[in-house]
Design a protein around this ligand. Structure first.
Ligand code: MRU
Length: 374
């Protein structure tokens, strides 16, 4: 993606450090962070300076590389996996990336672990980019099928599942960018996504950087727009998808899915196969849901007219808050899951098909990246 015209990833290696965009400063400032230790990387994930399921996975991969520079012993590796593994519970990509590093590093001598871990981290990042391009292509076909309703196609998205939530390209926004680049007249309704406003701050910013027409709406406006025929499809990302197709994503996704179902609006979920968790049979009650500090709800951050950062409280001082960060949308409300293996039904068969397809592609060395993941 381009930031002010310059091609930029959300995370990359910079010598012995890992560089990434501080997403807590967007949309008002593009600030970079250079992390030199696994502890700094873990803090960035907890504080959501990097966030979004695939990017959390990539950041964890890079975090292990930093740790192996610090202490490549078995104890150092286990400590790194522990500290990174404890950062955020819902996005399964985190555990997936750590497992991949652990499997690869287990048989490697300590003196070669840092270089190997950097290589694995780079593979995870590069594969993410290729995966998202494939998701974009498959999603574009679904968008094209909406054209008879057109000429303008109105999509609605929740949270940020764009390039900022990945290494590059995005998941839910990959088909949007593909459609825009293909010359389709596309417009995106952007849910603000309280409490942290990933839609208003991040999705709106990156769509603007790419020149995609969009409009920010209050979280509760989606149902109203759907009733009026002003939404042709909903497209969101996912943090974890259970074996039966239940989808965990940013809090509020479930309500959008209910409204979409009630109004016969297609509800698409775009996610890489690394977000599918075949070890969990059903999502509701089984996928761990992160509870975040209620102050995220009670306070809002932004800039004032002079551009100065401000944090203001929006609730009575004494009112407690409750801040679950994700919810689970049952598979029956999901029209399609768009993976790099194609768009599959949100069902046991569909999920199994995507996982098997990916495994076969990896076996045949024909994964989307063209290189066999370690
Ligand atoms: O809490 P966040 O900002 O990490 O939550 C992000 C989301 O819910 C995204 O929709 C999801 O991770 C998919 S990102 C491609």
């Amino acid at each position: 993606m381009k930031v002010d015209g310059t091609p930029t990833r959300a995370i990359w290696r910079d010598g012995a450090r890992v560089c990434f965009i501080d997403q807590t400063r967007l949309p008002h400032r593009v600030a970079l962070i250079r992390a030199g230790t696994v502890e700094r990387m873990a803090r960035a994930i907890v504080d959501m300076q990097v966030r979004g399921a695939p990017l959390i996975g990539a950041a964890a991969g890079y975090g292990v590389a930093l740790a192996m520079q610090q202490d490549p012993s078995d104890a150092g590796l286990e400590a790194a996996l522990r500290v990174l593994g404890a950062t955020r519970p819902t996005a399964v990509n985190l555990q997936w990336a750590l497992r991949r590093q652990r499997n690869r590093l287990a048989g490697v001598a300590p003196e070669r672990r840092a270089s190997t871990a950097w290589m694995v981290a780079a593979q995870i990042a590069d594969e993410d980019v290729a995966t998202n391009a494939a998701i974009g292509r498959h999603g574009l076909e679904l968008i094209r099928a909406l054209l008879p309703r057109g000429p303008r196609i109105n999509l609605l998205t929740h949270c940020n599942a764009g390039w900022l939530a990945t290494v590059d390209g995005g998941t839910a926004l990959a088909p949007v960018y593909a459609a825009h680049d293909a010359g389709l007249d596309i417009h995106v309704w952007v849910d603000e996504t309280r409490p942290r406003n990933q839609g208003a701050a991040l999705t709106a910013w990156e769509l603007g950087q790419h020149g995609v027409p969009h409009t920010v709406i209050a979280d509760n406006a989606g149902g109203h727009l759907m009733q009026r025929g002003e939404v042709d499809a909903v497209i969101v990302g996912a943090d974890r998808i259970a074996a039966n197709g239940d989808v965990a994503n940013k809090i509020g996704t479930y309500l959008k899915a209910l409204a979409a179902h009630d109004n016969a609006v297609p509800f698409w979920v775009a996610a890489p196969v690394s977000t599918l968790d075949a070890t969990i049979q059903t999502g509701v009650g089984s996928i761990p849901i992160e509870n975040r500090d209620a102050d995220e709800l009670r306070w809002m951050a932004g800039v004032d007219n002079s551009g100065r950062r401000r944090r203001v409280r929006v609730t009575p001082d004494a009112s407690p808050g409750h801040n679950p960060a994700f919810d689970v949308t049952p598979a029956r409300l999901v029209s399609r899951i768009i993976t790099e293996q194609g768009a599959v039904p949100a069902s046991k068969d569909g999920i199994a098909r995507a996982i098997l397809g990916k495994a076969e592609a990896v076996r045949n060395h024909t994964s989307v990246s063209g290189s066999k993941p370690s």
